[in-house]
Design a protein around this ligand. Structure first.
Ligand SMILES: *Cc1c(COP(=O)(O)O)cnc(C)c1O
Length: 386
């Protein structure tokens, strides 16, 4: 057996590696607290589960789904975008279902990159922004997110050669892993750049519903001109506690969505329509209160963690969105991986090394807030005692 050279191009997936280490430690009886993976710890909201139960019992969901998504789902996404973001979408041509944002982001690389083409990837960023282009035979070019610019990439700093070859740009706000919200004018500047090049902007919207302190995240598509040059990938995973369901939508530029559909009809057969009907139920106004209650829980955990880190001498700015705290590693460690290894060995707490999200993440670590309060506090106390 001989694996493809394509597979050799990608580094091992960070979280698979982390999970392997945690499992090995737990097998020896050690009580590891994992703050590594961003996976909500509380159940999917009850109205969504109830809708899914009804949908599973409905035989119309038992056949092959349509790739582009069931009409009820596409219509619910369009209604949500209008109500929540003031964005008008045609459910026929500007909305399509995806089997999670990860599938969608990966497949956009297959749909839009040829060998030699470039995908501009936020750095630090979700690992698929670099693994996707590599597997598709393209080339990821990192765009460092600058802390002084509010974690915006400096678009002026993209080299002319990379820009000439760029076909995709991946951006994401509220941002994983930094917790930053979209810096003023960034979406506008990205649209302006895309108009002057042959570039599709992909805004990864995984966290617009997970925000705090009264901050309301915009959609990329709410900026004039966005639909001409971009798409947004809207995931229900984090905001609706639906990571296991694999439910997302791609919205925006109709031509890009048509190409995505053309590709996908050769790759998969869509998402289970009962999942799509559950997703449609999630986007109804009645579920807003559940989302708000969940955000209050995350905001409380965020404050507990930031305060405890502050007492331990680690200064962090409390993020206004996402489920992550992004913090500098203490002095005396050679790399973020070395620090995280040390924390896992000495404190039995799993955290993510910033370097795993790209070169610019080096020197930082990420804590996920998706752990019950008492375990989260125990973990932070263990860190303080290191
Ligand atoms: C969690 C996450 C995803 C994956 O979302 P799914 O819909 O579960 O595939 C994509 N992008 C970012 C930035 C994420 O944090």
């Amino acid at each position: 057996m001989r694996p493809s050279k394509r597979l050799d191009r990608i580094p091992p997936y960070l979280f698979a590696e982390l999970e392997r280490k945690i499992t090995a430690k737990r097998a020896t009886g050690i009580d590891v607290i994992s703050l590594g993976i961003g996976d909500p710890d509380t159940p999917t909201y009850a109205p969504i589960v109830a809708a899914a139960q009804r949908a599973v019992a409905d035989p119309s969901t038992h056949t092959y789904p349509s790739n582009r998504g069931r009409a009820e789902f596409r219509e619910a996404v369009a209604a949500f975008y209008e109500r929540r973001f003031g964005v008008r979408l045609d459910p026929e041509t500007e909305v399509m279902a995806a089997i999670g944002a990860k599938e969608c982001i990966f497949n956009l690389n297959l749909a839009f990159l040829d060998p030699g083409d470039v995908a501009l990837a936020s750095d630090p960023g979700y690992p698929v922004y670099t693994g996707g282009p590599l597997l598709a035979g393209g080339e990821p070019v990192l765009m460092p997110l600058e802390p002084e610019l509010g974690f915006a990439p400096d678009l002026e700093a993209i080299g002319p050669d990379a820009l000439a070859r760029a076909r995709l740009m991946f951006i994401n706000y509220p941002n994983n892993p930094t917790g930053a919200v979209v810096p003023d004018g960034l979406f506008e500047r990205a649209i302006d750049l895309a108009r002057r090049s042959e570039l599709l902007i992909v805004h990864d919207n995984a966290y617009s519903e997970t925000t705090f302190d009264g901050y309301v995240a915009p959609s990329f598509l709410s900026i004039p001109g966005a639909k001409e040059v971009g798409v947004e990938v809207f995931s229900l995973s984090k905001g609706y506690n639906m990571t296991g369901w694999r439910c997302a939508a791609i919205v925006g530029n109709a031509e890009a969505i048509a190409q995505f559909w053309r590709l996908k009809s050769n790759i998969d057969s869509g998402n289970f329509e009962a999942v799509q009907l559950a997703g449609a139920a999630a986007l109804a106004p009645e579920v807003d209160a559940e989302v708000a209650a969940m955000n209050a829980v995350y905001a409380r955990r965020r404050d507990l963690v930031c305060e405890a880190l502050g007492r331990a001498g680690v200064q962090v700015t409390p993020p206004r969105g996402t489920i992550y705290i992004w913090a500098p590693i203490p002095e005396g460690f050679g790399s973020s991986a070395e620090y995280c290894e040390h924390v896992l060995e000495q404190a039995a707490v799993a955290i993510s090394p910033g370097g795993a999200y790209g070169r610019s993440g080096e020197g930082f670590f990420r804590i996920s807030l998706t752990t019950p309060d008492d375990r989260l506090m125990e973990a932070v106390e263990r860190l303080r005692q290191l």
